[in-house]
Design a protein around this ligand. Sequence first.
Ligand SMILES: [Zn+2]
Length: 285
Amino acid sequence: MTTRAEEQIRADIVEVGRRLYARGFVASNDGNISVRLDETRLITTPKSVSKGFMTPDMMVVVDYDGRKLAGERDPSSELPMHLEIYRNRPDANAVVHAHPPLATGFAVAGIPLTRAVLAEVVTTLGSIPIAEYGTPSTPELPEAVRKYIKAHDGLLLANHGAVTCCRTVMSAYFKMETIEHFAKISLVARLLGREHLLSREEVQRLQGLRGMYGIAAPAPVCSDPAEASGDQASCQILEAPESATERLVPDVPSLLRQASRDGEIRLTYRELTALIADAVKSLRD
Ligand SMILES: [Zn+2]
């Protein structure tokens, strides 16, 4: 028999799955969602089912060692990653994993979302690092996630996707939305060739606002890399310039202007060979 609270959790998981699918954050049967029921049980999405078309009765109840306790279907093979997050984050009651295409593009390119650019991202997530690649469905993935999850509510997974955790399944889903939105804005800014970063002072001010918005950040933001000493288990490392006028990320147009002023043109090996091939071809024609 399911309690009223459990019924609500099942309905919320169905709704989050529907939104993940509707927004294109998952394709086919990708992605998985889980929520703590109590100290001994959690409930999770089944394997081999599109997250856009689930019903509340499809969910699987498991213990914190991943053993199935109830449900007709089997849990996702990514369940060990969820279990690892619950072990490391007693404050987190829900985990959402998806493959949102822009965020996953950054994860494939090996570019973390760690620049201080948008105030709402600094206050709700801080930095979003990339957990090293681990073969899906093997212990490598939980191992890679363990290193960062204590200090971060959202991670990119190298060559794979993204994962978030929070107090409720809806808030974990909203963090996934924020990551994808941030990836989209970052991509546009980089294509336009300009990315103005928030200063360290502004980052510190935003850090102070986190409490006011009721966001229990897992770890403080370190905008000074020296103070963080590379420890991403206890500190969120955000790239932010020391002063509001300093630029950490040069503009692409100014780099190009600089190149033409110096009379120097820089080409990659591929661009150079393409130019030579073109020249040879036009000589022959
Ligand atoms: Zn996945």
